[in-house]
Ligand binder design. Structure first.
Ligand SMILES: [Zn+2]
Length: 295
């Protein structure tokens, strides 16, 4: 009896996760900008990706060695203009875009926080641009890293797949790729959509700030990969970080800024809904994340 009750609960949870994936995406408003959190998938991350994490921290925050994770992309609209920040693996995001009536050819601008496979996986369809009308923005540093043969050859041959995917995407979009010098957090921002540096996870990793008068949202890309650990202990880096020390420095700077200025955030690996606010934890050096759940 107990067992079947548990099975029903598990089934309900599984059904709920599926529903969240195929339903209308979460919508959030930043002044005149409409923000859709597209959810590519939800899964559990593994403690193995955390670098030098003390046993007592693991036991306190993730006793079973796993933590909730997700892959998101963010769709932004203002009147008839459409932006897409990252493209996930390019699976469920297309279904969710269809639900809100936006087709890939309606996207005017794609902003790439960085060129890892879980962010550029949706860029190509049948080897052609999945977003034929869009220009593509990324940082100058990110572009330089991924097109560098020298950097690629530093890796063993069986580990060069991401370089080949990134180079392929850049080549297929050709002249539509716009390299930008990001601005830095703390600078004065005008209304609009800006890219901000948050280097470390990759050499040219950027965030995306949307501002309309007093309304702001920071889409921080891959500033975190394990919220359950990196909010109470933002000093802990992950093996995915290209430069863990620089990634930590960026994370600490951004967390301080968004908590002091009360700027809501969205993250590509922040568990569903992927969007919320960060507050300083008065009793520690860490932070507390409160997610939004607006439909
Ligand atoms: Zn990622």
């Amino acid at each position: 009896m107990k067992k079947s009750f548990l099975s029903i609960i598990c089934l309900l949870i599984a059904t709920n996760i599926q529903a969240q994936l195929s339903e209308k995406p979460i919508v959030y408003q930043v002044g005149a900008y409409k923000i859709y959190m597209l959810t590519e998938n939800q899964s559990n991350g593994n403690a193995g990706i955390l670098i030098d994490v003390p046993q007592e921290i693991l036991e306190k925050y993730i006793p079973d060695g796993t933590f909730p994770n997700a892959v998101h992309a963010v769709l932004i609209t203002k009147n008839d203009e459409v932006w897409l920040v990252d493209t996930g693996f390019g699976r469920n995001i297309f279904k969710q875009m269809e639900v809100v009536g936006i087709m890939p050819e309606n996207v005017n601008h794609v902003i790439l926080t960085h060129l890892h496979g879980d962010h550029i996986g949706g860029m190509l369809r049948d080897k052609k641009p999945a977003f034929p009308s869009a220009d593509i923005t990324l940082s100058e540093k990110e572009y330089d890293y991924w097109i560098s043969e020298t950097e690629m050859l530093k890796l063993p041959e069986n580990n060069r797949g991401n370089f080949k995917l990134a180079q392929n995407v850049l080549q297929v979009y050709g002249a539509k790729v716009k390299r930008q010098d990001p601005i830095s957090i703390g600078e004065k921002f005008s209304d609009g959509i800006h890219i901000l540096d948050a280097y470390g996870h990759t050499p040219g990793h950027v965030m995306c700030l949307i501002k309309d008068k007093t309304n702001e949202l920071l889409i921080w890309g891959d500033l975190t990969h394990a919220m359950a650990i990196q909010m109470p202990h933002p000093e802990i880096a992950v093996t995915y970080d290209n430069d863990p020390n620089l990634a930590r420095e960026s994370r600490l700077k951004v967390l301080k800024y968004v908590s002091e200025n009360e700027i809501p955030i969205a993250g590509m690996h922040v568990p569903f809904s992927g969007i919320g606010t960060v507050k300083k934890d008065k009793n520690s050096n860490g932070y507390i994340f409160e997610k939004f759940s607006i439909h």
